[in-house]
Design a protein around this ligand. Structure first.
Ligand code: 13P
Length: 252
């Protein structure tokens, strides 16, 4: 059965000390809650990962980077390679977030390289896709997301593809307080699962965890997560407070 995943994306927030405190709080709350059926991931800044890995109960909490370099190593000042991420103890890496595509010019070509390096280094990519408001208003979101997938992770072998998770994050719902309606989210995730089935077969499609992200919180998570194709969430703002994040983790 496919995994349920609730992943926090802290983005560019918290100092190392604040991040460690937050991670400890989440770890303790998850332990107290007794939740066992959800993979909980903390997506922290690079600088925090080693400390956060050391601060949490590794049986309960996985740690993710929010990016990795498109090259294995070498003269790329300021970059952090997939091998470096792996060596911190992180298990996941968020790739293709719309903020990276928009502000840092990440293209499908770059993402192909990043996904390949993440997989080669034993990291689980959480691959993000999702459309801007203008595309949704033109009702072209399905074609847009299909192209994003076709140009990147649909080039993988079925074996590699089955190692990653996907997060659908409509840009218009990120940080805006406007969540996609449950029907919109379910419809898109079912559509993505159908595309996976066409490309890799039904078994792979049924095993792929597909998450929703965009203004997801403890209040709307129970309804979103009740949908048959929504396997969890990628959470921004609400992952920065341990109690709020726990409310999402326990929403199943
Ligand atoms: P918010 O939950 O703050 O809308 O952010 C979603 C997101 O971008 C997670 O990657």
């Amino acid at each position: 059965m496919r995994k349920k995943i609730v992943a926090g994306n802290w983005k560019c927030n918290t100092t190392v000390q604040e991040g460690v405190e937050l991670a400890k709080e989440v770890s303790e709350l998850v332990a107290k809650s007794g939740v066992k059926n959800v993979v909980v991931v903390l997506g922290t800044p690079f600088t925090h990962i080693t400390s956060v890995v050391g601060a949490v109960d590794s049986q309960l909490i996985d740690v993710a980077a929010q990016n990795c370099a498109a090259d294995a190593k070498g003269a790329f000042t300021g970059e952090v390679s997939a091998a470096m991420v792996k060596s911190t103890g992180a298990t996941h890496v968020i790739l293709g977030h719309s903020e990276r595509r928009e502000y840092y010019g990440e293209t499908s070509a770059t993402l192909n390289k990043k996904v390949a390096l993440a997989l080669a280094n034993g990291l689980t990519p959480i691959y993000c896709c999702g459309e801007a408001l203008s595309i949704r208003e033109a009702n072209e979101q399905n074609a847009y997301v299909k192209t994003q997938l076709d140009e990147t992770i649909f080039n993988l072998s079925p074996e590699d593809f089955s190692k990653l998770a996907i997060a659908y994050e409509p840009i218009w719902a990120i940080g805006t307080g406007v969540t996609a309606s449950t029907a919109q989210a379910q419809e898109m995730l079912a559509y993505i699962r159908g595309l996976i089935a066409d490309k890799f077969g039904k078994v792979v499609a049924e095993e792929t965890s597909i998450l929703y992200g965009g203004s997801c919180n403890a209040k709307n998570a129970p309804e979103l997560f009740s949908q048959p194709d929504i396997d969890g969430g990628l959470i921004g703002g609400a992952s920065l407070k341990a109690e709020d994040f726990l409310g999402i983790i326990t929403a199943y």
